[in-house]
Design a protein around this ligand. Structure first.
Ligand code: ZN
Ligand code: ZN
Length: 367
């Protein structure tokens, strides 16, 4: 008899999650099968639930950042150093696959995260194509998907405490080109913002300030090395927040600002917090949350500002962020950033908890 495994399926935007049985996958040549240990419920899953991302082939099995144990391989499975990955090994994997290395974006622009062939587990993979998302008891690793063994000393829950904010925050900090002694403001205290605090400190920022909410996240930011935090629940006026940053930077503004808030209004506000000739990185606008008015003269031209977008992450960011985690885990304790753990069958509750966290919506049963 065919073995069955359970997965949680998002059938469409606004629909209640469904538990479905799938036949247990077997590894394709060059691929593998993981027994899922943990998967993430992140802001992206909320956006998926609200139908705010284009090109999503519902029904999908969400869960793009995952941890598992290698159950089965079909042929030699190697890590990036060329070492074989045995069955039983605790691993994560780079959720992006299909990046072609052969198109205009890959070859000319060298912008692999914009390759039109790129696909992502749990986001642009249909449940009809198999167990290609982490909200399932097993995950199928397709041939060519890069598997990363968890470094020694890193347990699945340490890694999940970083989640997709780990490589995303890493990428944003790399993009920002932080210099030794820089003063950095992070707008947003979600997983990306908190990981940006960590990597900004490691990149040599002398002073890091965080503008965000709620209190617990701001306390975490302080523990991770933020010098001071601004609670947007308490200081709700934009001009006061700008004055708060300027008051801490000799009236000049910060050298670097990383926007990780998801609120379009944060962008003109952040540009007012930026010093002349500073660098501004936008990583928080993962979905289209609307337009804002910029003043090109004041915000960009006269300020001599560098404004950088930051889309997704590449294997290099995940790999290096994971090595950094292994080295610095005693200091930053990523595991403590996890808000709650849920069982697979409680995925609906987990999603709702994320939604209540600032993304209210109704869930209905759909077929
Ligand atoms: Zn390509
Ligand atoms: Zn995520």
């Amino acid at each position: 008899m065919m073995e069955e495994v359970e997965a949680v399926v998002m059938t469409g935007p606004g629909c209640a999650l469904e538990r479905r049985a799938f036949s247990a996958p077997s590894a394709k040549p060059g691929g593998a099968v993981l027994e899922t240990i943990a998967s993430e419920v992140c802001g992206t899953d909320v956006h998926l639930h609200h139908g705010r991302l284009s090109g999503v082939p519902y029904p999908i099995i969400p869960g793009h950042v995952n941890c598992g144990r290698v159950l089965e391989t079909n042929g030699l499975l190697l890590d990036v150093e060329g070492r074989p990955i045995e069955t039983g090994t605790l691993v994560t994997f780079f959720d992006v696959f299909g990046t072609c290395g052969n198109c205009w974006h890959c070859l000319v622009a060298k912008a692999a995260t914009r390759c039109p062939h790129r696909r992502v587990y749990g986001i642009t993979t249909s449940a009809e194509d198999g167990l290609l998302g982490g909200w399932a008891q097993r995950i199928e690793i397709l041939p060519g998907v890069r598997v990363l063994p968890l470094p020694e000393g890193i347990e699945p829950l340490d890694f999940m405490g970083g989640g997709c904010g780990l490589p995303t925050g890493f990428h944003a900090v790399e993009r920002a080109g932080i210099a030794l002694g820089d003063t950095v403001v992070i707008q947003g205290s979600g997983p990306v913002g908190l990981n940006a605090v960590i990597f900004a400190r490691l990149a040599g920022a002398l002073r890091v300030f965080v503008v965000g909410a709620p209190k617990a996240r701001l306390e975490a930011a302080k523990r991770l090395g933020a010098e001071d935090v601004l609670d947007i629940g308490e200081i709700s006026n934009s001009a006061d927040r700008i004055a708060w940053v300027r008051g801490r930077t000799a009236g000049r503004g910060a050298d670097v600002i990383i926007e990780a808030s998801g609120n379009p209004a944060a962008v003109p506000e952040g540009l007012e917090m930026l010093r002349d000739a500073g660098r501004y990185v936008v990583v928080g606008q993962y979905t289209d949350a609307g337009d804002v008015i910029l003043n090109p003269h004041r915000h960009i031209n006269r300020r001599h500002a560098t404004i950088l977008g930051c889309w997704g992450y590449e294997f290099t960011h995940l790999h290096r962020a994971l090595q950094m985690m292994a080295y610095h885990n005693a200091r930053f304790r990523w595991r403590d950033l996890m808000t709650r753990e849920y069982r697979l069958e409680d995925a609906g509750q987990a999603l709702l908890a994320r939604i209540i966290h600032g993304h209210p919506a109704e869930t209905r049963a759909c077929r």
